[in-house]
Design a protein around this ligand. Structure first.
Ligand SMILES: Nc1ncnc2c1ncn2[C@@H]1O[C@H](COP(=O)(O)OP(=O)(O)O)[C@@H](O)[C@H]1O
Ligand SMILES: [Mg+2]
Length: 213
């Protein structure tokens, strides 16, 4: 289906700076006069936010990797239909904190589920709907987790089910994201997220402006 808007996703491990950069990108695009919506996964619409709580809260449950994938695509399907597509059809720029790449990274590379199976579910449930542009924020797993845990603690936030996985898991995620980026190099841009917030943003800004033409 052709659409007029632009769909941008930010990806990367915990604490890589996705939320920080999304806020800055939104501000810049608004100043340029674009209509911008920011959203996140899992979540973005009430039904999907309910699924988010099952998946990311510390006491959300002991889900198998396949159950997580099915919940994630159930949430994603609602998110696309109720929020993302209508916004793109109205010509808006939609910026999403995580999308399908995170499912491939976490449940595929991280938890070891067969990636071809995840791709089949992607095709059946969301018809391979994919962002136009993706930034993969890459940082050493330990450094990212240190940032993320400091933030969660400061906010008294218990959305830490994945933060509590072991270091080996987080290193697999990082490797996974890098491989996803290499396999999708027309869409994905790897950004060194160990840089300062402003240095990272300057790269994201230039690539986004080039994409918008
Ligand atoms: N480039 C950076 N350098 C240092 N600290 C950062 C940087 N980017 C973000 N932070 C801080 O790290 C924490 C996690 O950042 P956040 O944007 O929430 O990451 P994510 O959404 O990827 O988990 C926040 O407290 C944020 O202020
Ligand atoms: Mg975040």
């Amino acid at each position: 289906m052709p659409n007029k808007g632009v769909f941008i996703s930010l990806e990367g491990g915990e604490g890589s700076g996705k939320t920080t950069q999304i806020t800055k990108l939104r501000e810049m695009l608004l100043l340029l006069g674009h209509d911008v919506i920011i959203t996140r996964e899992p979540g973005g619409v009430p039904e999907a936010e309910s699924i988010r709580n099952l998946l990311v809260q510390r006491d959300g449950g002991q889900w198998s990797a396949m159950s997580e994938v099915l919940l994630l695509f159930a949430a994603r399907s609602m998110h696309i239909e109720k929020l993302i597509l209508p916004a793109l059809d109205a010509g808006k720029i939609v910026i999403c904190d995580r999308f399908t790449d995170s499912t491939i990274a976490y449940q595929g590379y991280g938890r070891g589920l067969n990636i071809n199976k995840i791709r089949e579910i992607e095709r059946l449930s969301i018809d391979d709907f994919t962002p136009d542009l993706t930034f993969i924020l890459d940082i050493d797993a330990r450094a990212g987790l240190a940032r993320s845990n400091a933030r969660l603690m400061a906010e008294n936030n218990t959305e830490d089910r994945f933060e509590r996985m072991d270091m080996d898991f987080h290193e697999k995620l990082r490797k996974g994201f890098l491989e996803i980026a290499r396999n999708n190099d027309a869409r994905c841009h790897i950004i060194n997220a160990a840089q300062s917030i402003d240095e990272i943003f300057s790269e994201i800004k230039n690539i986004t402006l080039a994409k918008l033409g």
